[in-house]
Design a protein around this ligand. Sequence first.
Ligand code: ADP
Ligand code: ASP
Ligand code: MG
Length: 425
Amino acid sequence: MGLVVQKYGGSSVADAEGIKRVAKRIVEAKKNGNQVVAVVSAMGDTTDELIDLAEQVSPMPAGRELDMLLTAGERISMALLAMAIKNLGHEAQSFTGSQAGVITDSVHNKARIIDVTPGRIKTSVDEGNIAIVAGFQGVSQDSKDITTLGRGGSDTTAVALAAALDADVCEIYTDVDGVFTADPRVVSKAKKIDWISFEDMLELAANGSKVLLHRCVEYARRYNIPIHVRSSFSGLQGTWVSSEPIEQGDKQVEQAIISGVAHDTSEAKITVVGVPDKPGEAATIFRTIADAEINIDMIVQNVSAASTGLTDISFTLPKSEGRKAIDALEKNRSGIGFESLRYDDQIGKIALVGAGMKTNPGVTADFFKALSDAGVNIELISTSEIRISVVTRKDDVNEAVRAVHTAFGLDSESDEAVVYGGTGR
Ligand code: ADP
Ligand code: ASP
Ligand code: MG
C-alpha cells in the first residue's frame, strides 16, 4: 500500500459541487489501496476576499491578526471536505496546519516551514482515515502564534507533508492540465509540458507561473520529492516535476531547450533618486529593505551624472510590500542620503526560461528581437544561466508573452489549452 499526498487548490473546491467532486476523487485514490492525505486551499477567491475585508477595517492590518483571519479560509474547506467524504461512506478527519505539525518561523504572512512533525496525521491514516489538512498555515515554533506561508502556500504544505511522511507521490491538483509553456489564460496555444526539471520549474515559478509556488519547488528539490501537477477536473496525465526525466511508454522525455515563458504583473518598481555615488550606499539601502523583511527581485543602478556625483537605484518588489518599503526608506532618509523616491506599480515582467540557453548563444538576441518586433519597450533586464527576464509596461505584458512564445516555436499546432475553472485572480 502506498501513501499519496494530494493538494487541491481554491478553484477545485470553489463551491459545494466542487467539494463533492474532489471528495469523490480522494475516495477513488483510497479505494485504489492508498493511504491518502489531502491538503486543501480556501474555497475559490476566499483568501482575496478576506484580505479585502481586512483592508476595509485597517489599511495595514497587523500580521498576526491577518494570519488568524486568513487561516479561517482553509478551515472552512477542510471541514466541508471531511464532511463530504464521510457522506460517501469513508472515514475522514480534518486537521489545521498546527495540528498537522507544520512548524514555522515567526514571520507573519510569509512564514517558512522549519519542521514538520506529522504524528497525528500518521496515526489518523494508519487507523484507516483519510486525513484532510488545511494548507498554507502553520504555527510558530517560538511565539506559538498561527502563521501563514505566503500566497499560494498550500503547495508548500503538500510537498512538506509528502517529505515528512515519505509519501510515494505528491499530486498538485489545479484548474489546468499541468504546467504549460506559458499561462494558458494568456496564451491559448500554450503546450502542456510532460516533464520539467526542478531548476527550470523554479525559474518559471519565481517569475510568476503561479501554477506552483516557488518555495514549494525549492522544498521539493531539497528533499527530492517528485511532483505531479494535474487537473482535478479531468482524468489526464499532467506534468511531472522532478530531477530526472520521466519515461513515457518506451521513450525518455527529453530536456527542452526552452521550457517556457513566465510573466508577472504583481510587482512594482521603486527608484531611489539622487543617491551619492560612493561605496556603502547600496548596502545601506538594501539593508534597510532587508530589515523590513522585504524580498526584492531585480536591481539596476544607473551611471552617475559626473557633474552631481549622484546616481539612481531602481529595484522591483511585490506590490503588496510597496508601502512598507517606502516607509522603511523614508525613515532612513538621512542615513542613506537620497533626494526622493519614485513608486511605479504599472510594470510587468516577462521571463524566458530554459536550461538549453546555456549552450545556445542566439537565445538572448532572439528574445529581444521578438520584443522589439512586438513594439515592447524594455525598462530593466536581468539574466541567470537559464533565464532572461525584462521589465516592461504592465499593459504590454500579454502581447509580449504571446510574441515571445511564438518566436521560440512554442505554440501548439493542435489543441488549445483548457482552463477548467478559477477566476485567474
Ligand atoms: P490553485 O487554486 O489550484 O492553487 P492557481 O491559480 O494558484 O491554482 O494556479 C493555477 C493557475 O496558474 C492556472 O489557472 C494558470 O492561469 C496559472 N498559470 C500561470 N502560469 C502557468 C503555466 N506555465 N502553466 C500552467 N498554469 C499557469
Ligand atoms: N488560500 C491561499 C491563497 O489563496 C493559499 C493557497 O491557495 O495556496 O493564497
Ligand atoms: Mg496556487
